[in-house]
Write a protein that binds this ligand. Structure first.
Ligand SMILES: NC(=O)c1ccc[n+]([C@@H]2O[C@H](COP(=O)([O-])OP(=O)(O)OC[C@H]3O[C@@H](n4cnc5c(N)ncnc54)[C@H](OP(=O)(O)O)[C@@H]3O)[C@@H](O)[C@H]2O)c1
Length: 307
């Protein structure tokens, strides 16, 4: 039997944190976690968007237990402030869904001067996870869910030229590189957790192709109105809904047969449908590359992980 939200356990007493919780997959993930009684901390960069999402969820789940803490993953000072505020309110974290992301954008850098896809999708989440590590360890069987993409197959990259100083920027490959980094982060995080004998596990998932704001963000930045219309039309024809796109994250976060290092995605052509366990691309299992990425991430964030 395929996994569905009907299989979700009661999450009363659990603390969950979802990045990018105001939109698309993050919103739907938050909705289902809250419906099943988790307290969900919504980590969003714009308060008004978070407030709107909270109001919308509460319309159908009046007793949804939600809170908001501001987080801009493209700013390491904001990630640090987020972690401090989180730790002042919660002593444990049961479910961390590293979901927020951007893609297919023109070349930009974060506040800290890191290429934007890599800086937001990987480095921001690396810094967040490392700084919340004590809270994860304090939960009995915590899970870290890293939301990747099948575009990770394009990211065949050695992480030697983060800001494209020696090669030319390609927006699809840069997104793919950041999404490969999500999967490699899972790999190295699990290796370190297992060495410590920790019961916290990390899982990678991908949502196939789901209709959200992700696909048009870059075109909006370029004022490419024709591409926005074409993409919206394409989405309405072939994409699955954001509700279904959130299923891999929810299965990874709450499924009772999930193990460290699982890779979860939609069943039909890895594009749509019920979430199942799959094999990631070969590079996602490269332990040497995962360790290299971890060391680079510590260097770029100035953070030394406790594991
Ligand atoms: N949709 C798909 O088909 C698809 C396919 C493969 C992978 N994914 C992955 O799924 C995840 C969710 O994307 P989505 O499809 O739900 O897209 P979305 O609707 O555009 O949502 C992305 C979320 O990330 C947030 N975000 C972006 N930059 C941020 C930053 N610097 N700090 C904090 N939050 C930030 C956005 O906030 P704002 O609303 O403020 O911009 C938004 O809440 C991403 O990791 C994406 O790579 C999606």
């Amino acid at each position: 039997m395929a996994w569905s939200v009907e299989n979700m356990p009661d999450l009363g007493g659990k603390v969950a944190l979802v990045t990018g919780a105001n939109s698309g997959l993050g919103y739907q993930t938050t909705y289902q976690l809250a419906k099943n009684h988790a307290h969900v901390v919504m980590a969003c960069r714009t308060k008004s968007k978070a407030d709107q999402a909270i109001a919308q969820i509460k319309q159908s789940i009046p007793d949804a237990d939600l809170s908001f803490i501001p987080l801009d993953l493209a700013d390491l000072a904001s990630v640090k402030a987020f972690a401090e505020e989180f730790k002042s309110s919660f002593d444990k974290l049961d479910i961390l869904v590293n979901n927020a992301g951007i893609g297919s954008i023109p070349f930009l850098t974060t506040k800290d001067g890191i290429e934007m896809n890599f800086g937001t999708n990987h480095i921001g989440h690396f810094a967040l996870t490392i700084q919340l590590f004590d809270c994860l360890i304090n939960a009995p069987n915590a899970r870290v869910v890293n939301v990747s993409s099948e575009f990770n197959r394009l990211g065949n990259d050695q992480f030697d030229d983060i800001n494209y100083e020696k090669s030319s920027y390609n927006k699809w490959k840069a997104y793919g590189r950041s999404k490969l980094a999500n999967a490699l982060f899972t790999l190295e995080l699990n290796r370190r957790l297992q060495l410590k004998g920790s019961k916290t596990i990390a899982i990678t998932c991908h949502p196939g192709y789901s209709s959200t704001n992700l696909q048009t963000r870059g075109y909006e930045m370029e004022n490419a109105n024709l591409m926005i219309s074409l993409t919206n039309a394409f989405n309405s024809l072939v994409a699955q809904s954001d509700v279904d796109g959130a299923l891999p994250s929810l299965y990874a976060a709450t499924g009772n047969d999930i193990s460290a290092g699982d890779y979860i995605g939609p069943r039909i052509f890895r594009w749509r449908g019920k979430p199942v366990k799959q094999k990631a691309c070969k590079a996602a299992y490269n332990t040497a590359l995962a360790q290299k990425l971890w060391n680079l991430s510590e260097k770029l964030t100035g953070l030394k992980s406790s594991i």
